[in-house]
Design a protein around this ligand. Sequence first.
Ligand code: DLL
Length: 442
Amino acid sequence: MMDMEKKYFQPEFETMPVDEIKKLQDEKLVKQVCYVYDNVKYYRDLMDKKGVSPLDIKGTEDLHKLPFICKDDLREAYPYGLLATDVKNCVRIHSTSGTTGKRVVAFYTQNDVDMWEDCCARAITAAGGTEHDVVQVAYGYGLFTGGAGIHGGSHKAGCLTLPMSSGNTERQIQFMMDLNATILCCTPSYAAYIGETLHEKGFKPEDNKLKAGIFGAEPWTEEMRRDIENKLGIKAYDIYGLTEISGPGVAFECEEQNGMHINEDHFIAEIIDPDTGETLPLGSKGELVFTSLDKEAFPLLRYRTRDICVLSREKCSCGRTFVKMTKPLGRSDDMMIIRGVNVFPSQIEAVLLNSGYAPNYQIIVDRVNNTDTFDINVEMNPDDFSDTPKAITSKEKKLRNAMKAMLGINPNVHLVSPKSIARSEGKAVRVIDNRKRLGINI
Ligand code: DLL
């Protein structure tokens, strides 16, 4: 039986009546807009250009008057242009990939970290995490928000935290078994891989002490959920988030396992038509847009996530009143998530151009044994055509290292004959994502 006191991490917010949430959002929004206008020149210019003054924003119904902000703005303002406080007040930076190579950097004050960790603690508590639990954090630690966010949330939820980071599956399994991990947190594909390795080693689901998993950072299907649940003998919960807004925990699943509650006391969610920018009513499928309500270092108003989903305010049996989002159902841009890492074709193009290649390339992604495969075919320069196989291999290696430096993951690079990649009369087919056959919404 779940300890009732521990059903929610912050019940005063998580179960707040909907009209009170709205009131809280109204009040916080007015303050946040003034704060942003006063402290961020980039926003002041955007708002002035749109003819909106902070005085026009009296509550959430005025949200639509504010301009959008998107990844390109973050790139333009890199690195300090959207910072709303002095760097000396910041205690942390995290980062994710941007559209053309420049990474997005997000800053946090101590209050921002606290708020973010509270969100992650809510997710861990919703998955049954208490002081009796051992949380194995197998998300990457470092610039990626996965490790740090869940780690902080696990501390706050009072769990014993195992900061494994990702990789080294042998060690993951040894610690999982020896230290009686009860909650596993990692990307769903890594969870499936761990499950498979356990199975290959002859372990049965009942041999481990795991009871739950909190998996996110990349798209996964219901089939994958059942597979992971069966292999590990656990209940698998989805978790959503993005670096720009804080990291994991912007939204999290409860015991219903049917959509993720958005932490509405800290973020307002909207759904817009990705083509027109028009705000769509609840229940419509469209692009998810977030407005932060109390961030100090890196507040974003109407940030376009490019994730396509649907919001619903149907009463949830868990008692939480926060609006729910479906899993992302696709993207309105060309970002791919490969082995949990965000990859844009434009980054690959930038590496090719910097390395002296023409941008004639094709990316082929697939998932084999629960692991993403990542191949890039690149047309060699006509002069290189007569190179020895050894020289070509060495060029491929050089290009692969440059890709790794840009993307953070290693693709297989294949130099192919000049003019061998099909030319297209319309939009070039740069990406062949065979994971779609598995039903994954890339
Ligand atoms: O992936 C934060 C995170 C870490 C979330 C750990 C959950 C767990 P970014 O690297 O900035 O942040 O990537 C954000 O990843 O816009 C979505 O497209 C995708 N994404 C995140 N969570 C999910 C999920 C982290 N549960 C981008 N399902 C987002 C599908 C997800 N896609």
